[in-house]
Design a protein around this ligand. Structure first.
Ligand SMILES: [Fe+2]
Ligand SMILES: [Fe+2]
Length: 202
């Protein structure tokens, strides 16, 4: 497994990370990753964020998703919370962030990877860009089970980051409520913060 210090020849650049993603990910997830990379670049240009960091964080965001999460957590010294252990899908955000840090990604890019599943209060523009690009990337056909939600979010994402975050968080919350799953504390805090910041979108 390519983790820890064993990432031969890989650097923190979009071409290197695309090559790494191609080696590590299944075809559908590789395509999704390329889509998030392209969308994150476009959003970085729109909002004046670092295009390099947006592309790299996007290419890294699901880089460990097909690995054994508990093994990677042990390898990286990550202690998952009870909530995360009960929702193991979320663990890839933690392990991919550790992976990104080992590659030399700057802290803002590491955090963009770390919070791409839950969001959090006080997100940087780069964190919001990667969170949103994961939803609006061009290969995605539905979002949380709805086409209309995805269309609405795509219409908002180039209008304002906070307005789009408010919409994306609401869609996530509705989906989790329908599934009978609880919201992570970080998501609740992000929603609370966006209530006061976002322009009305519905
Ligand atoms: Fe993910
Ligand atoms: Fe993703």
């Amino acid at each position: 497994m390519e983790c820890g210090n064993i990432l031969p020849g890989t650097a923190y650049t979009p071409p290197e990370l695309r090559a790494l993603a191609l080696r590590r990910l299944s075809a559908p997830r590789y395509l999704h990753t390329l889509g998030v990379g392209a969308e994150a670049r476009a959003l970085a240009l729109r909002y004046g964020a670092s295009v390099q960091d947006a592309a790299c964080a996007a290419l890294l965001h699901d880089m460990t998703k097909e690995d054994d999460q508990l093994k990677l957590c042990a390898g990286y010294g990550i202690m998952p919370s009870g909530f995360e252990l009960a929702a193991p899908k979320m663990l890839h955000a933690l392990t991919a962030a550790a992976f990104a840090r080992r590659l030399g990604a700057p802290e803002d890019a590491v955090n963009a990877v770390r919070y791409h599943t839950t969001a959090r209060a006080g997100m940087s523009d780069l964190e919001k860009i990667v969170y949103l690009a994961d939803f609006t990337e061009p290969f995605r056909r539905t979002l949380k089970g709805t086409r209309s939600g995805l269309a609405r979010l795509r219409a908002l994402v180039f209008i304002g980051l906070d307005t789009a975050m408010d919409c994306a968080l609401a869609l996530s919350a509705d989906y989790l409520a329908e599934e009978g799953k609880p919201l992570h504390q970080d998501t609740l805090e992000a929603m609370e913060e966006m209530k006061g910041k976002a322009t009305r979108w519905a």
